[in-house]
Design a protein around this ligand. Sequence first.
Ligand code: AMP
Length: 422
Amino acid sequence: MDFSELGLSAELLDAINAEGYSTPTPIQAQAIPAVLEGHDLLASAQTGTGKTAGFGLPLLQRLASGKRAASRQVRALVLAPTRELAAQVGKNIAAYGAKLPLRTQVIFGGVGQNPQVEALKRGVDVLIATPGRLLDLQQQGHVDLSRLEVLVLDEADRMLDMGFIHDIKRLLRLMPPKRQNLLFSATFSNDIQALAKQLLHEPKLIEVAPRNTTAEKVEQIVYQVDRDKKRDLLAHLIETQKWYQVLVFTRTKHGANRLAEQLSKRSIPAMAIHGNKSQGARTRALGAFKSGELQVLVATDIAARGLDIHQLPHVVNFDLPNVAEDYVHRIGRTGRAGSQGEAISLVCIDEAQLLKNIERLIKSSLERRIEPGFEPDPNAVAQPIENGRRSGSPRNASRTAKPGRTRKPRPRNRQRSSPERG
Ligand code: AMP
């Protein structure tokens, strides 16, 4: 299959060439013709599958043939859960559309709104936005969605997890009923299915990687370790195994900060990235990590979504995620596009149930290892898991541990640390 067989214009084929893409990914091969024909889409695809070009290329082609956006008007809207994802999608769309006379703009919170307002005044053909800031600007009268031609919901499952459903519904009421809708989601929960039913008209279904399967090229290892030895074990593994680029996941923002500080003190360059950091700090950390200056990036799940970091040699779960699906997202960061990756989980006795949930989801059992010198205490007692709500109080001081039992995670109510809004 070649890009030239998909019905794309010469300008877009040039842009694809300039990006260095030679063959379409599976989602592109399916999505591009469907979107060009004007169909609604329900697509299951994670970051890393090439989904952005899958919707971005045909979207640009359709817009190029119509009338340019008037002042405050938006012709195509891509909603994304996080600033990072919005920025990344915006960058890609701008590159794909470089040869087309279309205006692309990214808007998200956490930065001044004036440049965004100015851009909207000129009219925007493709707007990439996080829901909160878009609604703010709409309420101030800067955005007109009444003639929207195409709506894309990117990482829709994550937007629902982050509590954006009401913002999305309010935005939907501002759009004309007749439009093209493209919904991308890594998982199809009941909530996503309900949203799809409300939003999509006879959608084409596209599923690239079967749901909830982990990449085969990723070697997955569980190190069994005591909770208070995790930090030393991580530093030890980084040093002895000479990991030079490691993405480490923690459950909470506080945990991310603390771990980054502790590694830095041991002369392992590390920074934390999460929603409490300014946009500038996040961009700097990401840039330093990509360039190899920064050896370790510590991230929370939500902050990591939309980060354009691929084919990492090592991803470490310093804490297991409360939600088993997040494990799949996390380890999807490694071993992409034919390169072998390693996903390492440091698991203490408190996390036994979380590990079971993950193994049930991915339908395989993970290899256990014990690093000499870090043998877990056989008499250790499980404690309830910290959920990141406390500030400053001693660990779990207010709760009593039930000896020999771990806290059951709540499978439906996707409990997380405080939400990070884009
Ligand atoms: P995405 O899933 O859209 O975030 O894309 C993941 C990465 O794959 C991005 O860095 C894209 O630039 C890259 N990419 C997208 N399509 C292709 C392709 N057909 N060939 C090679 N790389 C691609």
